[in-house]
Ligand binder design. Sequence first.
Ligand code: FA5
Length: 371
Amino acid sequence: MADIEQMGAEARARIGAAGDLAALEALRVEFLGKQGSVSALLKTLGGMTPEERQAQGPQIHALREAVQDALAARKDALESAALEAQLAAETLDLSLPAPHAPAGSVHPVSQVMDELAEIFADLGFAVATGPEIEDDWYNFTALNMPESHPARAMHDTFYFPQAAPKGGRMLLRTHPSPVQVRTMLEQGAPLRIIAPGRVYRSDSDATHTPMFHQVEGLVIDRDVHLGHLKWTLETFFKAYFERDDIVLRLRPSYFPFTEPSIEFDVGYSRETDRRVVGGNGDDPGHAWMELGGSGMVNARVIEFAGLDPAEWQGFAFGLGIDRLAMLKYGMNDLRAFFDGDVRWLRHYGFSAFDQPTLSGGVGAAGVGARA
Ligand code: FA5
């Protein structure tokens, strides 16, 4: 009995002195493990007479409990001491200012694309898309430009070596006009869509870059005429530039996929930056900038797209988005759009919170709140 009490006192003393959790675990194994000294005592109970067991059993069980309690208490004490030490070492001053986080900005081209989608959505146009790596057939043939058609040469096309499934070679689309054909084939008529996106041509100067952006528009319905096209373009430009005095100069032109075809220009100020001005581009200090091409969809294209031209007509237009951005926000050179210079982006970029809305004035928030 005295032995058991002494064992208990020694075990408690050693547990109380354990310096860390590893030492404590070693003591647990020493006392309570399979080969442990307290476990060995418990095993002796089996070989005792009932009287001996009655006398010694409670002490041996009490010893085991005392050792278990001492181990748990020491573990708690060691763990809270470790936590206190950690808290003392890791100070966090919540009154310090937040570290500088580099703020990104929305590229003007993305902003203008959102503005376009907002204005055309209000006129009932849905957004359609198509691949940038395009089949020769959709980019040219179905748009009434068979192989060896002279208009193909105007596009300075980037070709891939691979043959295209529908003939010719694969290419980087030179305009989003193939989306016209793809959408008519997929959805039939009537249709009212815009297709904004990247296009590619081997071309480079202050108003031409090898990759640029266009938005294609297409309306297919019964009884559509040139007046609808003119109204749509004028309504769009007034909403986009947010001024009612925009004058469009319409010039007869030629595109194989429209008949008749019209190119349109707006006046801009040549004296300061290239910014759109209302009124006549022929006024002193002003000039005209070509913004896009358009026309009534050629009957051949409607046939290629699987529709009956006797029943369905329509108009289409293609606008240079980069030039639209240039004229609204006053950039001088298109090439800087794609240099990735953060100083340019900081100056001309938009805050991600400037979502263009018609009710808020498309783009008006952007001008005042550049990132
Ligand atoms: C076309 O691409 C026709 N697909 C437009 C069209 C669509 C006509 C539907 C009729 C019906 P064009 O090659 O002119 O047309 O280009 C249209 C506009 O894209 C130009 O007016 C100009 O604003 C812009 N653009 C053309 N080339 C470049 C370039 N290299 N860099 C920047 N903008 C360009």
